[in-house]
Design a protein around this ligand. Structure first.
Ligand SMILES: Nc1nc2c(ncn2[C@@H]2O[C@H](COP(=O)(O)OP(=O)(O)OP(=O)(O)O)[C@@H](O)[C@H]2O)c(=O)[nH]1
Length: 886
């Protein structure tokens, strides 16, 4: 039994040692990670300073105005941010010091032979370099230099900008973590050996402590491993330690965190003595109780207590490095948190119960699955340690980003994990910075809007543009950088507009509005431009940032929307709404010029049967053709609108101050329209098997006409009057023109007899200025009126025959005289016009023949005289030679 007690005691002692070692392994790994993160963060901080100085120099170079005071201010501003460094220095292409922080000892040695200087000089893409520890002859300090290349605008080497951290500062930072009485931290450069150590070691000036690195550390560095753990005896102080070696990601540096065996086994050693004493007493006193004692021991009562006491040191060390510690009893699920952990999230001790469910409830719902998977993998032995970035809920309900690392430190006899401990570090600030950087980079790079960054002091020159700028304008980044905005072809702002905008920007800090910009291919396009002034710490606006987007599409959509709101979709003609606006405008015009206008309301006759027989699509084609014919028969200033269905409106403006003359003109146009619409429609049927077939359709219109003049008319009232007149025309048998009675001018007897047919009235507007031509035109119109009236009032045929013959002879004579005049006057289209004359003479001959053979059709005569001769020829085609014969 005694042997059993001894064996169990021995086993408990062995287990406790293993536990203590596991805890030390985890702690050293976590501390190494934290210190590596701290080093990286210090270097990144310095890099921000280097970039700011390079930016300022680039700005000065572009503006060709070197301002030493402004550069010194930038350097000092950066230096005051980073007090623990040796300050920023700028060296020229020859390696000589050019500028530096005010606190630097001067003069400074030439650095042309330093490795990092040559690396920057020989490689334009050298980026950020972190050098090995070097001894500064001027500062008499060992330090690590962080540097970047300075390039000229053409890319050539202009020097370097450097900031150094004394290795002493690095050692002091390591000291902030409680590593126990014999702990060690080493920072080594991959090629050049040890850079800093905690505790610090003496080293003489200019003499590095290369020989003081353990050979295995060097081996790990050379192997390129990211992380390794081993036990070693330090060549510096001959202390046995357990080491974690970790690569400082992104830099040529390695960190070693060594936990002294003396420290992590101290408690174990004391407890071992107690255990041995206790076991001896027990063996001697109560053999029978040995099993019971064993159970207590193996249940990790004493061993666990000892282990926990030992861990206290590591927890303190980790908390000193800014990490909270958690301790998870896997079988029971209980998790205990250190005071530092709770503080990090703002909890008091009593706020968090140790149950697993309560702990899990702190995890952000979106991170649950990911974290649970990482835990499961580690518990299953698939990962060497647990590592996760997750959001935990603070007491105030906000979430903080936490980096959690952990490791199983105790397994049961059956191999199941019993205990896992780990650390949590608050990485919210890092996440925020990353997010902000990512966002601003994303905004710049992926914005759909073009972004232009300009420098104000250098005459508003472009500092940078984003890819959207190139996409929208066609100009490459390098074609615009460094150029003045006022000179860029992409903008072409008028100088006064540009200056006014700039003044507003400086005064108010913001400007927005629509402008026209130009693409590289010369095309113009509308943009919505927003410009903001970017102010520096002193409040001075030294940069402008402009955002603009091509709004052609929006403009087009707006146009289409307006079109949809104001135009008929089938024919593209103004709809009732726009017609009302135009009528209001026409009335306003009447008021100014005192002239009458006329409104013609047309409704197609028997349109429905076409729809019924051939379908709506064909009906649509007819409506489109009607719209086209109407448009062709009026002046540009007149309005043709579609009210809906087969109803159209024509508004004639600025006709005549005299109502009677106005009525004649309206009548003339109405008749022209009536006969034009009555011409045959040839409409294509949908193609069938590649063969297009056509439908011939005859269709007429009934037209209601009303005159209007400000102020006695309103749009709706005018439309109603025309509607009534149109119905009267329909009632009278369709294909007719009806006038609203109030606007009808007292008609002469012949007019009344002539019914709905026109009576052509001569107007001085129709004169070309050539006396002979004008007299002949006037006489022809009068003869045509007389003839039409006589035909309609049933004059005798012999009388009519004489009249027709006389008119035709006059017409032929007139054509001859006119041709002689316009040919002599040099009218360029003499031949074309003579051809029209020939055509009219042929038609005249045919009509005379019809008359003599007793087949005269009144409509045919009317069409020939009123439309073909007077309206289309004398009043329209002849106008082409008017400028030549005046
Ligand atoms: N194809 C087509 N037909 C339309 C459209 N709008 C209305 N219609 C049709 O046009 C016809 C207009 O009716 P009405 O003016 O009474 O027909 P109508 O045969 O011309 O009769 P009257 O005016 O009395 O001579 C109806 O058959 C409507 O269905 C359209 O946009 N396209």
């Amino acid at each position: 039994m005694v042997a059993v007690i001894i064996a169990l005691t021995g086993w408990a002692i062995f287990e406790e040692r293993a536990d203590a070692r596991r805890a030390a392994v985890l702690a050293s790994a976590n501390v190494a990670q934290i210190l590596a993160d701290n080093f990286t963060s210090s270097v990144r901080q310095i890099d921000l300073g280097l970039l700011a100085i390079i930016d300022e120099m680039a700005r000065q170079k572009r503006s060709a105005r070197i301002d030493a005071a402004a550069l010194a201010a930038t350097i000092d501003r950066q230096n005051s941010r980073l007090r623990e460094t040796l300050g920023f220095r700028i060296f020229g292409a020859d390696g000589a010091l050019q500028a530096g922080s005010a606190n630097l000892a001067q003069p400074y040695g030439n650095i042309a032979q330093r490795n990092y200087f040559m690396a920057h000089r020989d490689n334009a893409d050298s980026g950020l370099l972190v050098g090995p520890a070097e001894f500064g002859l001027t500062t008499h300090t060992w330090r690590v230099s962080v540097s970047r290349r300075i390039s000229n605008p053409n890319g050539s080497f202009a020097g370097v900008v450097i900031c150094s951290i004394p290795t002493k500062v690095l050692s002091e930072n390591f000291a902030k973590v409680d590593m126990g009485s014999k702990g060690e931290v080493l920072l080594a450069h991959a090629d050049a050996g040890l850079a800093a150590r905690f505790p610090e070691v003496e080293r003489s000036d200019e003499l590095s402590f290369d020989g003081k690195l353990d050979p295995r550390f060097l081996e790990i560095i050379r192997s390129g491993a990211r992380i390794a753990q081993y036990e070693y005896r330090s060549p510096v102080d001959a202390v046995d330690r357990l080491a974690t070696v970790r690569w400082v990601e992104g830099f040529p540096y390695y960190l070693l965190v060594g936990v002294a065996e003396e420290d992590y086994l101290a408690k174990w050693r004391r407890n071992t003595l107690w255990l041995l004493l206790f076991a001896s007493l027990m063996s001697a006193a109560v053999v029978a109780g040995a099993m019971n004692i064993h159970r207590r021991i193996s249940n990790a009562g004493i061993a666990d207590a000892a282990l926990r006491a030992n861990e206290f040191r590591w927890k303190s060390a980790l908390e000193g490095a800014g990490a909270g510690v958690w301790d998870w009893d896997v079988p029971s699920g209980e998790i205990r948190y250190s005071a530092g952990w709770r503080e990090m999230l703002g909890y008091d001790e009593e706020d968090i119960l140790p149950g697993r469910a309560q702990s899990q409830a702190l995890i952000h719902p979106d991170d649950h699955t990911r974290v649970a998977a990482a835990v499961r993998e580690h518990l299953a032995g698939k990962t060497p340690r647990f590592l996760a970035e997750l959001r935990l809920r603070c007491k105030d309900g906000q979430y903080r980003w936490i980096l959690s690392r952990g490791m199983i430190i105790n397994h049961g006899a059956d191999g199941k994990p019993l205990r896992m401990i780990g650390t949590s570090t608050d990485i919210s600030a890092r996440k925020r910075d990353e997010e902000q950087l990512r966002l601003s980079e994303n905004v710049f790079t992926h914005a759909q809007e073009a972004i232009v960054l300009c420098d104000v002091d250098s005459g508003t020159t472009v500092i940078d543009v984003n890819p959207a700028f190139t996409r929208i304008t066609g100009y490459l980044r390098e074609e615009v950088i460094g150029r003045r905005v006022s000179e860029l072809e992409a903008f072409r702002y008028a100088q006064d507009v540009f200056e006014a905008t700039q003044r507003a920007l400086l005064a108010v800090g913001y400007w927005s509005g629509e402008k026209t910009h130009y693409r590289k291919n010369g095309d113009s396009y509308p943009v919505f431009l927003r410009v903001s002034a970017v102010r520096d710490d002193t409040g001075a606006a030294n940069q402008f940032v402009a955002f603009f987007s091509d709004i052609s599409q929006q403009k087009e959509q707006q146009r289409q929307l307006e079109q949809a709101a104001y135009c008929d979709t089938l024919t593209g003609l103004p709809n009732r709404r726009l017609l009302r606006d135009r009528l209001t405008l026409a009335l306003a015009g009447n008021k100014r010029n005192g002239l009458h206008g006329a409104l013609l309301l047309l409704d197609l006759d028997n349109f429905k049967p076409l729809n019924d027989e051939h379908g709506h699509a064909l009906g649509d084609l007819l409506l489109i053709e009607v719209a086209r014919r109407l448009g062709a028969s009026v002046r540009e200033v007149d309005t043709v609108a579609r009210l809906g269905g087969d109803e159209f409106v024509v508004v004639l403006t600025g006709l005549n101050a005299d109502a009677a003359l106005c009525r004649r003109e309206a009548q003339l146009v109405a008749e022209k329209i009536r006969s034009l619409l009555a011409e045959t429609y040839v409409l294509p049927l949908s193609e069938d098997g590649g063969e297009a077939s056509f439908v011939e359709h005859h269709c007429t219109a009934s037209i209601g006409v009303t005159l209007f003049k400000h102020p006695d008319s309103y749009p709706d009232e005018i439309l109603q009057r025309a509607d009534k007149a149109m119905y009267a025309a329909k009632e009278s048998g369709r294909n007719a023109i009806g006038f609203y009675p109030e606007t009808a001018v007292p008609a002469t007897t012949t007019d009344e007899l002539a019914g709905k047919l026109i009576h052509l009235n001569w107007s001085p507007d129709y004169e070309c200025g050539n006396r002979l031509i004008d007299d002949q035109h006037r006489a022809l119109v009068a003869a045509a009126n007389r003839l039409l009236t006589n035909i309609l009032t049933g004059h005798q045929e012999t009388q009519l025959a004489a009249q027709i013959d006389a008119l035709m002879q006059d017409l032929v004579q007139h054509f001859k005289d006119e041709e002689a005049i316009f040919t002599a006057a040099g009218f360029p289209d003499s031949d074309g016009h003579k051809a029209i004359h020939r055509q009219l003479v042929e038609e005249a001959v045919a009509i005379v023949e019809h008359f003599h053979s007793g087949q005269l059709d009144v409509g045919e005569m009317f069409k020939f005289l009123a439309q073909n001769v007077v309206t289309q020829h004398i009043l329209s085609a002849d106008r082409a030679f008017f400028p030549y014969v005046r």
